[in-house]
Design a protein around this ligand. Structure first.
Ligand SMILES: [Zn+2]
Length: 650
């Protein structure tokens, strides 16, 4: 036994030498797998898809059958060919095979690792567990995209971290079920395994709760320019999404925000706030004083009843309860909160939040679940089982691991993908650049931790908060940064290098093209206004943008002040086709202070030879001639979502 092992190690070293020397004629880009595998060994020969291989599934249990069906689907989508299951009765030996194999001796690769052996007539994916086979399938599908021949090789691969997540905020802007499934597929393609689904916010409650129907009847909708805007997920839809994610080895972790960011819930049930006064679902962004009242016993009953239904819907062992950005303004004057503080011997309102968190934590433990909270929950003290998500930097991660708590790292600098990704987008008061390189170089392990502390860092998340991102803008915000981020969580830290990644990304983008991913593309300046062009107090400005309107989609216009102090107000922007209005977006924005002055305009099937004009209605400031600015255009694929704000076609 020992001898065999030694022999294998020797063979491994020999193969490694082949890698180091490279193989003439092999384009290293052919192995542009993202995230980068731990170890690739290139061998002699090629595997050609024209051999029409057949599929061999060694384990015919439910997992094996499901993975085989998935591979057949992905093979067809990648190569255009049908991957037929081997017919053992026919007695014919197939020319070539693709096989999926559970191998008990592959313990070293862990629950998610895999080995991929590519020989001239056989591709073999082996792993200890089904998740590993699934990731092996991702690698082979990436390699085979757009080519008919891949070099023979052995890949051994496993993730650096077990928690590789994306936070998607559907509270600020609702997203459709199909779109969420697409995002799950794209996560799986990059070997990410957690969808942190932010479902409740001040601006919307998105999860149907049978016991409290007003949460979605009232809380799922807000007024935007006089129009009802929002949406929610029925429990059936949630079960569908959770099952879909599970089949892609993605765990859906719901986030139910408490005690802050709860205005939508309180608009539905104001009796659980301190004042009990009627509230409207928020339609602006920020941090709001109306939060849950931890002084009232009935608030706990409300929250626990909600969490009961959440636990039924989401099998995830971890449930996120938010805990961030909770103002204590009303707690200071609320008689219930004050008597709770006295009764429980708490020092102040911060300890009152600690009391709230601990009670919910205990309740969730009684249901066999662990809570996750943003790093603010450390301020009130947490139990050993709570998981801390460090977002205000990595200080929270250091403090939490010191106490023995497990940690997910998602510091806003580097992992918050609502921030601009190229310098040209850094403007006005949105100054943090979270570039592709920053996403790539992110390391969830803070400096100076002991080995024991390091072992408590379970992984990280990139976060897409959606104040400024509607569904059609999500993909360009995520990609290609998510590709870079996936390597930060999967690939060994020692082998990571941004230049190497950039080279592989070029090839990888062609795969994203094939999957119709709307990854980030730069904005184009299509015009502007000068200190002389605004000569009236109000009126319309217009620009001929025919050369930019090349295909149907969403053309997002931004009006950005470049010079002068006297800003203008934009009231609406509209797209005209041969003088006829085809799309309008109304939103009152100031050219100087709003973070993004964005006007999405929809163009359907284009009319050949038509002239396209952008018009904007403006009101100038007190001194009408003192500002200048630029008009920027960015093209997005249209994924059919209801646009935020008031759209008035014709
Ligand atoms: Zn209160």
């Amino acid at each position: 036994m020992k001898k065999t092992k030694l022999f294998l190690i020797g063979l491994g070293l020999g193969l490694w030498a082949v890698v180091m020397q490279g193989r003439p004629g092999i384009d290293p880009v052919a192995f542009s797998v993202v995230p980068k595998p731990e170890k690739i060994t290139i061998l002699r020969g090629d595997f050609e898809t024209s051999q029409k291989p057949v599929l061999v599934v060694q384990n015919q249990d439910a997992d094996g059958v499901a993975l085989a069906a998935y591979l057949v689907e992905r093979w067809k989508e990648t190569t255009g060919d049908l991957l037929e299951l081997m017919n053992r009765r026919s007695g014919r030996r197939p020319r070539a095979t693709v096989s999926l194999k559970i191998v008990r001796s592959l313990e070293r690769l862990g629950a998610e690792g895999y080995r991929l052996d590519i020989a001239p007539r056989a591709i073999e994916i082996s792993a200890l567990k089904p998740a590993g086979l699934f990731y092996g399938i991702q690698s082979i599908c990436q390699m085979m995209r757009g080519t008919e021949r891949i070099p023979c090789a052995r890949i051994e691969d496993k993730p650096r971290f077990g928690w590789r997540g994306l936070l998607l905020d559907c509270g600020r802007h609702f997203m459709t079920v199909d779109f969420i499934k697409r995002i799950i597929d794209l996560l799986a393609y990059h070997k990410m395994n957690v969808l942190h689904w932010h479902l409740t916010e001040d601006q919307g409650w998105r999860l149907e709760i049978k016991r409290y129907p007003r949460l979605t009847e009232v809380g799922a909708w807000r007024l935007e320019n006089g129009r009802r805007y929002g949406g929610f997920y029925t429990q059936d839809e949630v079960r569908d999404i959770v099952a879909y994610a599970k089949s892609r080895f993605v765990t859906v972790v719901p986030e139910i925000e408490m005690p802050g960011h709860a205005v939508a819930a309180l608009a539905a049930y104001p009796e659980f706030s301190c004042l009990g006064k009627p509230l409207a679902v928020e339609s602006s962004w920020g941090i709001f004083n109306d939060v849950l009242c931890p002084g009232k016993e009935k608030t706990f009953e409300f929250v626990q009843n909600i969490l009961d239904e959440v636990c039924e819907l989401f099998p995830s062992p971890d449930i996120h309860i938010g805990g961030d950005e909770c103002p204590k303004f009303y707690w200071q004057v609320c008689p219930d909160c004050q008597s709770r503080i006295k009764q429980e011997g708490l020092k102040d309102e911060n300890e009152l939040q600690g009391y709230f968190t601990k009670r919910i934590d205990r309740y969730m433990q009684s249901r066999g679940r662990r809570i996750i909270g943003w790093d603010e929950i450390l301020e009130g003290g947490v139990s050993q089982t709570a998981v801390v998500q460090s977002w205000r930097g990595l200080e929270g991660a250091v403090a939490a691991t010191r106490q023995g708590n497990r940690v997910i790292c998602s510091p806003w600098e580097g992992t918050y993908f609502y921030c601009p990704q190229v310098p040209e987008e850094v403007r006005i008061n949105f100054k943090t650049l979270n570039s592709l390189e920053k996403a790539y170089t992110f390391d969830p392990i803070p400096q100076g931790l002991t080995a024991a502390q390091e072992s408590l860092i379970v992984g990280g998340e990139c976060c897409l908060w959606n104040e400024y991102t509607q569904q059609f803008e999500v993909e360009p915000q995520l990609f290609p940064r998510l590709c870079a981020f996936s390597e930060a969580l999967w690939s060994p830290q020692g082998g990571r290098n941004f230049e190497d990644f950039s080279g592989r990304l070029e090839k990888h983008l062609s795969r994203l093209d094939a999957l119709a991913v709307d990854y980030h593309k730069p904005e184009v300046r299509v015009g502007g206004w000068t200190q002389g062009s605004v000569t009236r107090l109000s009126g319309q400005l217009w620009w001929d943008i025919t050369s930019q309107i090349t295909e149907p989609g969403i053309y997002r216009m931004s009006f950005v002040q470049d010079s002068g102090d006297d800003e203008i107000l934009i009231q609406w922007a509209a797209l005209f086709e041969d003088g006829r209005e085809i799309s309008r977006f109304s939103q009152l924005n100031r050219s100087q202070t709003d973070m993004f002055l964005k006007y999405p305009l929809r163009a359907g099937p284009l009319k050949p030879g038509a002239v396209y004009t952008l018009r904007a209605s403006f009101v100038s400031g007190k001194d009408k001639s003192l500002s200048g600015g630029s008009v920027w255009l960015r093209y997005f694929k249209d994924n059919g979502i209801d646009l935020w704000g008031k759209e008035v076609p014709d």
